[in-house]
Ligand binder design. Structure first.
Ligand SMILES: C[S@@+](CC[C@H](N)C(=O)[O-])C[C@H]1O[C@@H](n2cnc3c(N)ncnc32)[C@H](O)[C@@H]1O
Length: 188
């Protein structure tokens, strides 16, 4: 077989893998655009809630671009990107191999089975259906005061603290949420 045939087979296999995992997870690995990334970073506070041990999670980290930007923005926090689709995850490892900040970990993991209780901030760019599946987990696991940022898709049933439109052609919304104190919380 010629090298061109091998390249074609490899490209088709890569496309098929991305497609198969998109069907499985319900979210394609579309990266957050630069305009939306800027809006997300501008929406986030300079100081995150919780102490330094509280982590930042990028749920469905895709090709790793947004997780890397978060690691640079919060050098004193551990940033954990979780991605299930093998190809974007592998590419994110390769792309960040040379200059991955020490505070960035990119795990191949299903965030729906993860323990997010240590999070001070959760960032997501996920479809409305996936957000609906994630919502009870966030309500159960996150501590009061934890922040959630969602790119484009609102979390149904939650009222955002803020929402901002990105400067892109879609005016993509970015939603910021905060976990409210629990009913049983004496300081509420
Ligand atoms: C729209 S992309 C966002 C990529 C990246 N967060 C960004 O903003 O550039 C959503 C990603 O979430 C991943 N995903 C969806 N459900 C997941 C799950 N349960 N666990 C891990 N990753 C998941 C998909 O594979 C996809 O790569």
């Amino acid at each position: 077989m010629t090298i061109e045939t091998w390249v074609l087979i490899f490209a088709l296999a890569a496309i098929a893998a991305v497609f198969a995992w998109t069907l499985m997870t319900g979210s394609p690995p579309t990266p957050t655009s630069r305009a939306v990334r800027r809006t997300i970073l501008a929406t986030l506070p300079a100081r995150l809630p919780g102490d330094q041990a509280a982590e930042v999670y990028e749920l469905g980290a895709g090709w790793g671009g947004l997780a890397l930007a978060l690691a640079r923005r919060y050098p004193d926090r551990q940033i954990i990107g979780m991605e299930l689709s093998p190809l974007p995850w592998l590419v994110s490892l390769i792309l960040t191999a040379l200059n991955r900040p020490a505070n960035l970990t990119l795990r191949r993991a299903d965030f729906l089975n993860a323990d997010l209780s240590g999070a001070s901030l959760v960032v997501c760019y996920l479809s409305a259906d996936v957000l609906a599946r994630l919502r009870p987990q966030l309500e159960r696991q996150l501590r009061p005061g934890a922040l959630i940022v969602s790119n484009t898709f609102a979390i149904e049933g939650w009222r955002p603290l803020e929402s901002h439109a990105a400067r892109d052609i879609y005016k993509s919304p970015v939603y910021l949420y905060e976990i409210a104190p629990r009913d049983s919380d004496p300081e509420k």
